[in-house]
Design a binder for this molecule. Structure first.
Ligand code: HEC
Ligand code: HEC
Ligand code: HEC
Ligand code: HEC
Length: 395
């Protein structure tokens, strides 16, 4: 089954002054009534693209974030419906709006009030999406599409270009010229879009939140890390591969499979290795900044475990990239658990090298040769949150 998005005319931001004016007015109105109830309704409040001059502090790329799922929904309805069942969608409701239990404990330790949690707070970096609304930083949604796929709005953003198969005319996907497609995808990559093809960028987004660096927060009792692996954690409630057929949640991104001929099996193998490399990279970056003797062992434990997994991977399928990484990390074990004044340089430099190898690995391989990894990967069942299991799986 083919979709035909191109009937929906893309519109350029620059031609959109009236919509922006109107949306400014609507947002001002809606700002008066913002409440957790409103936030949690089936349809997130309809918002328009944010003005191009606004800067969102939550967006590490410095690009504009704030296009909500409501804007993706007209073309990606099944993806949005699937996302609305996840704990990512619910997180602000269950962690930020209710100032009680552990939320209250962690927030109080960080000196944050109930009202501050819903503004420009540390908690909202991971438990939601922040954007500028009415000139103020606000939580506009749960962990949004843009948090993983990259900020999309603004004149330089990928939103308008990523779905446009012809510069001026609506044409179906099959009729896009190869040159246009190449230019379009290249534009999206440079604009910071994490497409399915970019396993490095996608897994990096996960670890930005699923590894917690803030020492004060960890000391207050917050988890330092999720028991995360990129294969099973993308295989459960998160999976939303509906692009080619809105009614089928495919085992791997459907458009990516169609376009590259890649298989779900090979993708899992690639995810397993790239995800482990990026976990290692992220833990090394946090280790570089860590000073608290209670936090260092936790991060070092993650580094050691990831390196151990890579050593096993390397024994089953030797590749130059993974070999280079384990050869770099293993000799560091002598001082891994000891805080040293040189930690910052040592671990930042190591993280940069691991990042380089992870990117190389994703470019140089496609997983076809890696069937030896399947015994390790098959041990990882799809992961669902407790909330999801209770609501959707247990009856
Ligand atoms: C006007 C319709 C439209 C809107 C709005 C839209 N998309 Fe898309 N999206 C498409 C089409 C069409 C494709 C397939 C593009 C292609 O063939 O490369 C696509 C592809 C994608 C892909 C997969 C790209 C790949 O190469 O694997 C992602 C991810 C994506 N969109 C995310 C989003 C997000 C997030 C939003 C909202 C911020 C959004 N889209 C809004 C139509 C749209
Ligand atoms: C770097 C990202 C990050 C930051 C910052 C962060 N969290 Fe979390 N938080 C997470 C993740 C990820 C989980 C889920 C961990 C899991 O289940 O694997 C979580 C889980 C929680 C939980 C449920 C588990 C528990 O310990 O009871 C609460 C409550 C919570 N966070 C509150 C907060 C509050 C309050 C703040 C701010 C003071 C905050 N978080 C800041 C990422 C973050
Ligand atoms: C902006 C931060 C953020 C990003 C990016 C992010 N997550 Fe999460 N994720 C969270 C938080 C916070 C929770 C816990 C929500 C809660 O309990 O409040 C969570 C929970 C989950 C859960 C449910 C876990 C459980 O057992 O409760 C899964 C699965 C998950 N994330 C997978 C992923 C994957 C895979 C990626 C990357 C493709 C990713 N997440 C990216 C913040 C994030
Ligand atoms: C927590 C991170 C995360 C969030 C939030 C997220 N995505 Fe994705 N998305 C991914 C990952 C990872 C993949 C690749 C999945 C895989 O490898 O199985 C993906 C794949 C896709 C694809 C390609 C599907 C296909 O069949 O080709 C589309 C389209 C897409 N996402 C759109 C969206 C939209 C729209 C939203 C918001 C409603 C969204 N995503 C929210 C991480 C996320």
């Amino acid at each position: 089954m083919h979709f035909d998005y191109c009937r929906v005319r893309s519109f350029k931001l620059v031609n959109c002054k009236y919509l922006l004016l109107l949306s400014g007015f609507l947002l001002t109105l809606s700002g008066l009534f913002i409440s957790s109830e409103m936030y949690a309704t089936e349809d997130a409040p309809e918002s328009m693209f944010v003005a191009t001059d606004s800067k969102n502090p939550a967006d590490q790329t410095g690009r504009i974030m704030g296009v909500t799922a409501a804007d993706c929904k007209k073309c990606h309805p099944s993806e949005v419906a699937s996302w609305m069942k996840t704990v990512h969608f619910q997180s602000p409701d269950i962690r930020l709006y209710k100032f009680e239990g552990n939320t209250k404990k962690y927030a109080t330790a960080m000196g944050l009030t109930s009202a501050e949690l819903l503004g420009d707070s540390l908690c909202a970096d991971c438990h939601g999406t922040k954007a500028i609304r009415d000139g103020q930083v606000k939580v506009i949604s749960g962990v949004s599409c843009e948090k993983c796929h990259g900020a999309s709005g603004g004149e330089e953003g990928w939103l308008n270009r990523h779905q446009s198969y012809h510069a001026s005319m609506p044409v179906p996907r099959a009729e896009e010229t190869a040159a246009h497609r190449e230019a379009r995808l290249d534009y999206c990559d440079k604009a910071g879009m994490n497409r399915s093809a970019n396993l490095y960028g996608l897994s990096k987004a996960c670890f930005q939140c699923h590894l917690v660096g803030n020492e004060k927060l960890i000391a207050a009792g917050h988890k330092a890390a999720s028991a995360f692996d990129f294969v099973s954690w993308t295989g459960g409630e998160l999976k939303h591969n509906f692009l080619v057929d809105k009614t089928t949640n495919a085992a791997a991104p459907s458009l990516w499979m169609e376009r590259t001929g890649g298989t779900a099996e090979n993708r899992r193998r690639m995810k397993y290795v790239v995800g482990t490399l990026v976990q290692l990279e992220t833990a090394l970056r946090l280790r570089a900044d860590a000073t608290n003797p209670a936090v260092i062992p936790q991060l070092s434990g993650i580094i050691a475990a990831a390196n151990g997994q890579l050593t096993q991977i390397n024994a089953l399928v030797p590749t130059p990239e993974v070999q280079a990484v384990t050869a770099l990390i293993t000799p560091m074990f002598g001082t891994l658990f000891a805080p040293l004044p040189t930690d910052k340089e040592t671990y930042s430099a190591a993280a940069d090298k691991v990042a380089e190898q992870a990117k190389q690995f994703s470019q140089n391989h496609n997983g076809e040769q890696f069937s030896n990894l399947d015994s390790m990967i098959n041990r990882l069942p799809p992961h669902y949150s407790q909330q999801y299991q209770e609501k959707y799986l247990k009856n």
